[in-house]
Design a protein around this ligand. Structure first.
Ligand code: SF4
Length: 121
């Protein structure tokens, strides 16, 4: 959480359809999806309507939501510029390619196993 974006946890995708749903998120402007410590998040880069244009101050500071009160400036990735993501998708094309590699390679692998008569352990 930050005054300039928010990230919500999403279900870990399993099926191709799940990944395609995430691709749909990424079709939208100002969204990214990242994976941190194995958990998936939808990141919406949209500043809070209560952040002032000048001085970047909270215009409802005294009655800001509880989540804002708990948030520590030092935790803000936005200001520190340090990211520790395992995966980070910034557009739908990246997800499309990821799906292709993840699932189509599996299909090829299965075809090869079938041809050779081999079975997975
Ligand atoms: S309410 Fe205030 S502190 Fe909370 S996100 Fe908005 S501007 Fe930031």
């Amino acid at each position: 959480m930050c005054c300039r974006y928010f990230a919500l946890p999403i279900d870990t995708p399993e099926t191709r359809a799940d990944y395609d749903d995430i691709r749909w998120y990424l079709c939208h402007e100002d969204t990214t999806v990242f994976v941190e410590k194995g958990d998936w998040y939808l990141n919406v880069k949209n500043k809070c309507r209560h952040l002032s244009e000048k001085g970047h101050k909270c215009l409802i500071y005294e009655r800001r939501p509880k989540i804002c009160r708990k948030y520590k400036h030092a935790d803000c990735d936005f200001t520190q510029g340090e990211y520790d993501y395992e995966l980070h998708f910034t557009n739908d094309s990246q997800m499309e390619e990821y799906i292709r590699v993840k699932f189509d390679n599996n299909v090829n692998e299965k075809r090869m196993l079938k041809k050779s008569g081999a079975r997975k352990a």
